[in-house]
Design a protein around this ligand. Structure first.
Ligand SMILES: Nc1ncnc2c1ncn2[C@@H]1O[C@H](COP(=O)(O)OP(=O)(O)O)[C@@H](O)[C@H]1O
Ligand SMILES: [Mg+2]
Length: 257
């Protein structure tokens, strides 16, 4: 059964068709990659689904309910969370406090970090558990600004995860990290997400990563869905190769950037 469905979802910026009548269906438990060239509309689509941008027209159905007109807070409460392409971490807080703050916001508590984080045993335990799941336990008490880039990206994912989503959008969780670190970040994300049965939609440019981790791939171009299918189907799709890499043929996907 589809956990999420968009029906003719639309959002333009002036003449720019950022999201152009998109009909997207995501199945419960899937790990989906959303790919496409820069400017294809991937972030805009996620923004509309998570209510950071209002839809111009069309509908969003989440777990059978029309959520098109609901607020970001209501969607988070319903179970939709997202990480950001540019990391949304509080630099001056410790790694632990960043996670504790996300838990507080999920619980609808006003965060008074200095006191709350160190008093509430349940939050303490949960935050430490999340840090361990993301391999950040050793960085618990350091300021977030001192994390390595790959650790920052993981913390960003951990903050979205701390909202206990049913559907998690990750916008370029491996951007700006080395190829070697990408594998580690993706292994961590995949193991947490699959372990908890969370449905995940991830924006990723590295097609090796996309082919390795995805159940299904959705390709966007110019605001619309160009193609979708299993990694094998997308690998064999020459139109997709052309759009993604500006070249055709079977070698297109083995090139490195
Ligand atoms: N806030 C905005 N104002 C005007 N144009 C925007 C805005 N956000 C995105 N766009 C435009 O919408 C298109 C899709 O952008 P985006 O969703 O960021 O693509 P992607 O994430 O696939 O790179 C691009 O042409 C981009 O320039
Ligand atoms: Mg983007």
């Amino acid at each position: 059964m589809a956990i999420l469905q968009t029906i003719d979802l639309k959002r333009y910026f002036g003449e720019t068709r950022a999201v152009d009548n998109v009909n997207l269906s995501i199945e419960q438990g899937e790990f989906v990659s959303l790919v496409g060239p820069n400017g294809a509309g991937k972030t805009s689509l996620i923004n509309v689904i998570s209510a950071l941008l209002p839809a111009e027209s069309g509908r969003i159905i989440f777990r059978g309910e029309d959520i098109t007109r609901t607020s970001t807070t209501e969607r988070v409460r319903a179970g939709i969370a997202r990480s950001f392409q540019l990391v949304n971490v509080f630099d001056n807080l410790t790694t632990f406090d960043n996670v504790a703050l996300a838990i507080f916001s999920r619980q609808g508590k006003t965060a008074n970090l200095g006191s709350l984080a160190h008093l509430d045993e349940d939050v303490n335990r949960e935050a430490d558990g999340i840090l361990d799941q993301f391999g950040l336990g050793a960085k618990r008490d350091g300021n977030a600004r001192d994390l390595a880039q790959g650790e920052r990206k993981l913390l960003d994912v951990a903050l979205a995860y701390a909202l206990k989503p049913k559907l998690l959008f990750l916008d370029e969780p491996t951007s700006g990290v080395s190829t070697r670190d990408k594998g580690q970040i993706m292994d961590t994300i995949a193991s947490v997400v699959r372990g908890e049965g969370i449905t995940a939609v991830i924006v990723e440019h590295d097609m090796d990563v996309v082919f390795t981790y995805s159940d299904r791939i959705v390709v966007m171009a110019q605001g619309a869905i160009l193609a979708q299918g299993t990694p094998d189907e997308i690998r064999r799709n020459e139109q997709v190769a052309m759009v993604l890499l500006g070249s055709s043929g079977p070698d297109a996907f083995t090139r490195k950037d």
